[in-house]
Ligand binder design. Structure first.
Ligand SMILES: CCCCCCCCCCCCCCCC(=O)SCCNC(=O)CCNC(=O)[C@H](O)C(C)(C)COP(=O)(O)OP(=O)(O)OC[C@H]1O[C@@H](n2cnc3c(N)ncnc32)[C@H](O)[C@@H]1OP(=O)(O)O
Length: 119
């Protein structure tokens, strides 16, 4: 699944770069949407995110493209690989800026883990 965000002034830290907390929120949301769309009727909660490293700052006005794809399917959990790219609208090129894997667990209405549907 693909999704886009524009980095707005309210997303910046006091150095003028994208605050990493927003990146993590977007990765969580987009991974969750991908998992929920791929598994209709399932209720997912986030259990963990893999290594988080910020190697490139992102400035105001950047257009971010998010790619989320299932990477692993367990008994009650599934993991999505999420990659983020910054588009340069002037040149039409993009640069990889962030990636991680995020795991969700299917839960029932009482919040207890339950098995994923068989595919
Ligand atoms: C929510 C709906 C909102 C709807 C409205 C719209 C909102 C639109 C915006 C959406 C935005 C995004 C939404 C995100 C969803 C939250 O943000 S949810 C909030 C944060 N998460 C939580 O509160 C979950 C709290 N955790 C728990 O309740 C319990 O840990 C759970 C999830 C029920 C799991 O129970 P448990 O007994 O701890 O289970 P356990 O056997 O240890 O592990 C279960 C599975 O997880 C795996 N696992 C355990 N630890 C890890 C780990 N560190 N890493 C990877 N896998 C792990 C295990 O291997 C196992 O996998 P399987 O072998 O079954 O496949």
């Amino acid at each position: 699944m693909e999704n886009y965000k524009v980095v707005r002034p309210g997303h910046l830290n006091h150095y003028g770069h994208l605050f990493g907390g927003f990146m993590l929120q977007w990765v969580d949301e987009i991974g969750w949407i991908a998992a929920s769309r791929d598994n209709p009727g399932c209720r997912f909660v986030t259990i963990g995110m893999d290594r988080v490293e910020f190697h490139r700052g992102v400035g105001e006005g950047a257009v971010l493209r998010f790619e989320a794809a299932e990477a692993r399917r367990g008994t009650s959990s599934l993991t999505y690989a999420v990659s983020v790219f910054a588009d340069d609208l002037e040149t039409g090129t993009e640069q990889a800026i962030f990636s991680t894997c995020i795991t969700f667990v299917r839960v029932d209405e009482d919040g207890r883990k339950c098995p994923l549907p068989v595919r």
